[in-house]
Design a protein around this ligand. Sequence first.
Ligand code: SF4
Length: 596
Amino acid sequence: MKKRFLPINKDELHGSKEVDVVLITGDAYVDHPSFGAAVIGRVLENAGFSVGVIAMPDWRNPESITVFGRPRLFFAVTSGNVDSMVARYTAFKKVRSDDPYAPGGRAGHRPERAVIVYSNLIRKVYKDTPIVIGGIEASMRRAAHYDFWSNKVRRSIIEDSRAAVLIYGMGEFQVQEIARRIASGEPPSGIPGTVIMNKEAPADAELLPPEEEVIASKETFAEFYRRFYRGQQRVLAQPAGKRLLVHYPYYEEISAADLDRIYELPYMREPHPVYKEKIPAFEMICNSVTAHRGCTAGCSFCSLTLHQGKRIISRSPASVLREVEIISGKKYFKGQITDIGGPSANMYGFRCKKEWRCNRESCLFPSLCPRLEMDSGPWLALLKEAAALKNIKKVTVGSGIRYDLLMQAAGSGQPMGGVSKGKKAYRSTKVLGVRNPFSKGFWPPEARNSINPQQKRVLKTLLVSHISGQLKIAPEHTDPVVLRAMRKVPLFDLSEFVKLFFQLQGRGEKKQYLLPYLMSCFPGSSPARVRKMKKEIQRLFGFVPQQVQAFLPLPMTLAAAIYYTGVDPLTGEKFPVERSMEKRRKEHNVLVGAER
Ligand code: SF4
């Protein structure tokens, strides 16, 4: 059968009168596996449900969501690939002038708090059709959370949107199960990876402090956050008004084979032809391949821990290579695959001896877990095999890598499970105490001067074959206090890595750059600490990059909880926090060189 886009209007239904699910998204409709709405649409279609897509509806006009009429089963609503407040405002609460997920990259197509706005629009027209919300905005606002933009704790988004079910995480399993249940007249409750509002708590639920108290008191918020964060493998229930918010853990995790199937659904791998202008986000990812999901790091500022989780699910090499071949046949392909990776490219193939079932929020902090099995071999082999395919000139690593894990996973002569001898690993906060990370005393003994021939070979392979001008790494900061608030223990001496990187560049070879991602305004930071970081980065790298980030407390992240309360709710450690926009701007200016 001829491949087609999912329909965006009745003409494209080709004779059908209705659809099972109407999918509303704040992004343009790009039929590509990097766009969440396309994935959910294709997964539903593959399960036998018909789907209509309404992309970027005019939220001022209720008619914009009546394109397909009332769906047979439900409306599925997402803000798109990003939270609509993040899409709309900068870290200094200024309105952004662009939106890479819209045609021409122009801002203004997506409302603030898009999930709530779209849901209310639906309610104006279709009073009793179920609404299912999902995507990053719903997922990371699924329980009471600190909202940076209104500077207060907001209740769960399921209450404000009056949705029947909230899907958190990536959602492919949940959305199919919800569709099946609604189609067969069963209630969509108790589904792993979802949140519902209910009159009663399930018998096995752990009861959390009432939502009203969490909103009213910083202390109760911190207690709630700790229990919620650490309770992800249990059923949680929280009184909210006259009902209870029930949060079901996500046990039914998808397998590597499922991931292969999801990424090999019949995507058109292009924006819908209705768009006459380029969509910058698509241009950026059209020649790259997602090889795995999950991130073992658990950095406090990142949404991934509570969205995708720490479990690494890697696609099979054969599936990734098939996708590379499909890309190589596209008209827009010029010969270079710009990325094969995931949230941290070089975590492909990582495994856990406990099948990822444990209560630790990070496999790397405060110490490297001895059960983590790391090996860069499968990832490098995959890059090499992809580069050998017909019509492929080069395969490069476009996203950032964990340079420290690259070194540890290269094979240090230590047993699998990392450099440490397990329990005695540098778990003590002394490691990240008050010493300077650039002094020899800072680095744990295992991480110092441990470069062996295999590590050199791994980095050289990357340098010679898979970097196109620059390798991005993310030290983020150099101050031990800030790094502790970030939960980002460096597992390899940065200065040794930088030295090795430049040493390995052969004479006469094209010069490659090492680009460090840095962040200002993080809890624990200050203008003085940023000044010091800048000096150290300048000394090590020979320059300070202009493109640096100012910390933005993303909903439900641990860092947002620290920003709001001034305390890490998991450890009780206090951190100084700068909340004045003016002073944040000043600190950021120190880093970007605009200090006055
Ligand atoms: S046992 Fe260790 S490697 Fe496995 S999930 Fe837990 S922290 Fe990560």
